[in-house]
Design a protein around this ligand. Structure first.
Ligand code: 13P
Ligand code: SF4
Length: 303
């Protein structure tokens, strides 16, 4: 922390001078999460908060699709991402052309797209969803068959809770797809009595074996409410670091992976981003209205 202090000081000073706010995802490192963020949350919370920003500039500390979502929802603001290479294996797994081909194959079937997708894919979508509202959105759309793209595991995990038929796409999160039921069994053997909780981007065999599954904020709230003596958060590693700072008495055991995309954002490039006004996130004009409609429809179903 002493090493970070000058950077944190500079960022917070520049933020005020430039009338900027920092929106940070729960996977950002503690120095970002606690040191410079104005608003933290999961994807849905950040999207909702983006609609309320009055400052001139949003610096999105997260991955590119999150910055695009902020721009879609509050287009008059300048949205900056400190490193535009911060992608997502789900967002890069599918193109708008792929979605149109699926639509041709399943005429009339509504398309529910995970927000972990590009603006171009959102633009050919009926409604977006996040990990916290996936089931509610699937239940809310019309019809007994739904396309749920691009995360096959979020789709399979949701399919277990609904009577609707779910058609999916073969995308996966590179951070969560590697966890297996054997990993959970090994964690249970290594840490007797520990609670194990996971993100629904994990394969169903993992979700079936854990004590709780939910969005990143869902997992944080679960730990804050349940206060288990020992817990393993089967997700991105910064989650445990951040919650640990706010939950004295809970022992956090390691069972996590790093998201290389989330970790592209650091204090140095946040400061640079504020200083130079780069890298600005823009969305082609023709995508703006349809992509925004899909995200706004989701927020309408969720609030
Ligand atoms: P949440 O919406 O649960 O924060 O998930 C975003 C994400 O990218 C998880 O890998
Ligand atoms: Fe994408 Fe997975 Fe990283 Fe989340 S953790 S941003 S889903 S690659």
């Amino acid at each position: 922390w002493p090493f970070y202090a000058p950077l944190i000081f500079q960022i917070n000073k520049l933020k005020r001078e430039k009338n900027a706010v920092i929106l940070a995802h729960n996977y950002q490192t503690p120095q970002i999460f606690f040191g410079v963020a104005d608003i933290v949350g999961d994807s849905l919370q950040l999207a909702i908060e983006a609609t309320k920003v009055e400052a001139d500039t949003i610096v999105q500390c997260g991955v590119h699709f999150m910055a695009e979502t902020s721009k879609l929802l509050n287009p008059s603001k300048t949205v900056l991402i400190p490193d535009s290479r911060a992608g997502c294996s789900l967002a890069s797994s599918i193109t708008a052309e792929d979605v149109l081909a699926m639509r041709a194959q399943y005429p009339g079937v509504p398309v529910v797209t995970y927000v972990n997708s590009s603006a171009a894919v959102k633009a050919v979508t009926d409604v977006c969803c996040t990990s916290s509202n996936a089931l509610a959105i699937v239940e809310a759309v019309e019809g007994d068959t739904v396309m749920m793209i691009p995360d096959q595991y979020l789709a399979q995990n949701t399919a277990k809770k609904t009577k609707k038929k779910i058609v999916t796409w073969a995308g996966a999160c590179e951070v969560h797809e590697t966890f297996t039921a054997d990993d959970i069994a090994e964690l249970r053997a290594a840490y007797p009595g520990a609670k194990i909780i996971a993100h629904p981007e994990c394969p169903p065999e993992v979700i079936d074996a854990v004590d709780f599954a939910g969005s990143t904020s869902g997992m944080i709230d679960w730990v804050k409410t349940e206060r288990p003596a020992k817990v393993v958060m089967v997700t991105e590693c910064s989650m445990s670091d951040n919650v640990a700072a706010e939950t004295e008495g809970v022992a956090f055991l390691r069972g996590c992976n790093i998201c290389p995309h989330m970790k592209r954002i650091n204090l140095e490039n946040i400061l640079w981003s504020l200083h130079t006004g780069t890298e600005e996130v823009t969305i082609p004009q023709e995508l703006m209205a349809p992509a925004r409609a899909a995200v706004e429809k989701m927020i309408g179903f969720s609030t």
